[in-house]
Structures are given as structure tokens and as C-alpha cells.
Design a protein around this ligand. Structure first.
Ligand code: NAD
Ligand code: UDP
Length: 322
């Protein structure tokens, strides 16, 4: 029997069968809450939540957030949206619809219920940034007509909707700008850099570096990210954001490849492929706001996080699957 918990909440996690969403669901369940997971499984997987099948406080609903939904909950985390460039560019119109119609449908639900809602926004708001590191006050440098725009502009419009629902209708919002996050449950065929590099190294295939590998990202381990999201939700209406969540340690893709090769003990084999259009050259969060407003600081170092993630992929019997 689950423990009776007076502060137990029913919490909606959209995108709950995805990478971050499934870890967030685990954390909320561990705190004694009920989780309603809504997902259309476009990039998520039932495997990510299979361990919750018998948990009476967890429920899964196959649903696309571009359609309205009606469910009685106390809090909403909106994570539904493909996050890997490979996947969000596959059906760009659907990506825009997911970001924009999804935000409208969930904000309408939050308004009807009078409950707080957190948006999983992104560092892509900053595009290819001309200010480095990126503070929340920087408005960004996004190409509105390029192949990444379906995601970047979709997420920017979602932020606009969040702040307009807040100003116009008083909806209790939180907006987290998530920087590159990694860890177990990334899909092998996700297409993002950390899963690509690890899977390639474990298979003994060349590691694919796009461009000259001098571009940078700052990688946050998933447990740190989940902690930041939960803190932001709990911070109350005094800290609505936007607030950057990410690990400020910055590294080039060349250095990341070397780290993965070293930790997998794979022989050095690199292949240089063309840089995708509009690929941001640098990315590093300024997290002073998260530190002061949320008391949040990431604690998992890149080497430790990469080792845990390698372990996860190593123990997947079939590296050929998705
Ligand atoms: P993910 O692809 O693993 O998870 C996204 C989930 O949303 C998947 O389970 C997918 O099936 C679901 N989904 C997509 N479209 C949907 C729709 N129309 N209706 C219902 N469900 C839908 O990606 P992730 O890395 O876990 O990202 C989660 C959220 O965090 C996303 O909103 C993403 O934009 C944001 N984010 C992630 C990162 C990162 O580095 N992981 C960085 C910035 C922002
Ligand atoms: N990248 C790479 N090889 C890969 C996949 C990605 O060099 O196999 C690069 C990509 O060009 C980008 C960085 O790694 O500069 C991060 O890419 P990812 O798709 O993980 O995230 P995003 O570009 O959305 O930050």
C-alpha cells in the first residue's frame, strides 16, 4: 500500500514517457505523489515507464497534446515535445503544433483548474547566441525560417503564451529554460550528441563529429535537471521565470568525443561530417538566477554522468534497436 501522504498531489506530466519526463515521474512518485502521464509516444517509449506498470499512483494516457484534454490534477508539468533535432525536424509542422497548441491546451486546463503549470522551455530560445554565457535577459538570435525554427520558434511562442496567460488571465506559471540534458533513457536512435557518441563508441563505429567539433555545449545530468524543475514548481508564484537550468561546464564536441572514447575504452576513430544548418556555435547557461531564486546548483560532474550513461547503454542487450 502506498504511504498516506497529506500533501499528496495528483500531478500531470505531459511527455512523461520521454527521457526527462520519465525521470521526473520517478521523482514525483518517490515523493509520494500521484502521476498522470500523458504522451503520444512519438519519441517516448513505454519501456521508460514499464517499471511503473504496477504502481497504483501512476497512470498512463495515450494522448496527443495538440488536442484538448480534461483531467483533474493539482499541478501540470508540460514536457511534451520532441527535443532532438533529428526528430523535431522530421515533421516540423507537427513540432510547431505540439509546442503552440500543446501550450494553449494545457494553459486552458491550468486556468480551468486554477493550478500551477510549468513549461519545459529550452536554451534554443537563445538560438546561435551573440551573448555568452546566456542570461535570461538575452533575447536570442534565432533564424525564423531555418530548419531548427519549428522547435526554436515553437518554444518561443509557447513562452509568449505562458506569459500572456499569466498577465491576461492570472494563470500561475513557471518557465524553465532547459540546457542540454543527458543520462539513462536517452534513446539509442535519439540523434543527440551524447547518445550518438556513446552508442557509436560501444559498437566500435567511428564517432560522428559535425563540423570541426569546435562548437560548444554545456551538459546537465538528468537528476540535476529534475531537481531544478521540482524546485521551480515548488518555489511558488514569486519565481515564475524564465529561469535557466543547466550545468555551466562548457565543452567542445571534440573534447566530448575524447571523453566518451576514453570512458568506453574504445579505439580512437572519428569521422567529420557537415555541420547542420543553424547549429549554434556556443551554449553555456548563466545560472545565477537559479542559484539565488531556487537554491539550485547542479552536482553531477560530466565524467560521472557520462560513466553512468555509458553503463546504461552497455547493459542494453540490443544496441541495434531504438
Ligand atoms: P523526449 O523526446 O525524450 O521526450 C518528449 C516526450 O514528449 C516524448 O515522450 C514524446 O513521445 C512526447 N511527445 C512529443 N510530442 C507530443 C505530443 N504532441 N503529444 C503528447 N506527447 C508528445 O525529449 P526530452 O529530452 O525528454 O525533452 C523533454 C522536454 O524538455 C521537451 O519539451 C524538450 O523540448 C525539453 N528540453 C529538453 C532538453 C534536453 O536536452 N533533453 C533541452 C531543452 C529542452
Ligand atoms: N553533434 C555532433 N555529432 C553528432 C550529433 C550532434 O557533433 O553525432 C553536434 C551538433 O552538431 C551540435 C552538438 O553536437 O553542435 C549538440 O547537438 P544535439 O543534437 O545533441 O543538441 P543541440 O544542437 O540541440 O544543442
Amino acid at each position: 500500500m502506498p504511504q498516506l501522504n497529506e500533501s499528496r498531489k495528483r500531478i500531470l506530466v505531459t511527455g512523461g514517457a520521454g527521457f526527462i519526463g520519465s525521470h521526473l515521474s520517478d521523482r514525483l512518485l518517490a515523493e509520494g505523489h500521484e502521476v498522470i502521464c500523458v504522451d503520444n509516444l512519438v519519441t517516448g517509449s513505454k519501456r521508460n515507464i514499464a517499471h511503473l506498470d504496477d504502481n497504483p499512483r501512476f497512470a498512463f494516457h495515450l494522448h496527443d497534446v495538440t488536442a484538448p484534454l480534461d483531467v483533474a490534477v493539482d499541478e501540470i508539468y508540460n514536457l511534451a515535445c520532441p527535443a532532438s533535432p533529428l526528430h523535431y525536424q522530421r515533421d516540423p509542422v507537427q513540432t510547431v503544433k505540439t509546442a503552440v497548441l500543446g501550450a494553449i491546451n494545457l494553459l486552458d486546463l491550468a486556468m480551468r483548474l486554477g493550478v500551477p503549470i510549468l513549461q519545459a522551455s529550452t536554451s534554443e530560445i537563445y538560438g546561435d547566441p551573440l551573448v555568452h554565457p546566456q542570461p535570461e535577459g538575452y533575447w536570442g538570435n534565432v533564424n525564423p525560417a531555418g530548419p531548427r525554427a519549428c522547435y526554436d520558434e515553437g518554444k518561443r511562442c509557447a513562452e509568449t503564451l505562458f506569459f500572456d496567460y499569466h498577465r491576461q488571465y492570472g494563470v500561475d506559471i513557471r518557465v524553465a529554460r532547459i540546457f542540454n540534458t543527458y543520462g539513462p533513457r536517452l534513446r539509442r536512435a535519439d540523434g543527440r550528441v551524447i547518445s550518438n557518441f556513446i552508442v557509436q563508441a560501444l559498437r566500435g563505429e567511428p564517432v560522428t563529429i559535425y563540423g570541426n567539433g569546435g562548437q560548444t555545449r554545456s551538459f546537465c545530468y538528468v537528476s540535476d535537471m529534475v531537481d531544478g524543475l521540482v524546485r521551480l514548481m515548488s518555489a511558488g508564484s514569486g519565481a515564475i521565470g524564465p529561469v535557466n537550468l543547466g550545468n555551466p561546464r562548457e565543452c567542445t564536441m571534440r573534447d566530448l568525443a575524447q571523453l566518451v572514447l576514453r570512458e568506453t575504452a574504445a579505439p580512437e576513430s572519428l569521422v567529420y561530417l557537415p555541420l547542420p544548418a543553424d547549429d549554434p556555435r556556443q551554449r553555456q547557461p548563466d545560472i545565477r538566477l537559479a542559484r539565488t531564486a531556487l537554491g539550485w546548483d547542479p552536482s553531477v560532474g560530466l565524467e560521472d554522468g557520462i560513466r553512468t550513461t555509458i553503463d546504461y547503454f552497455r547493459h542494453h542487450p540490443d544496441l541495434a534497436g531504438d
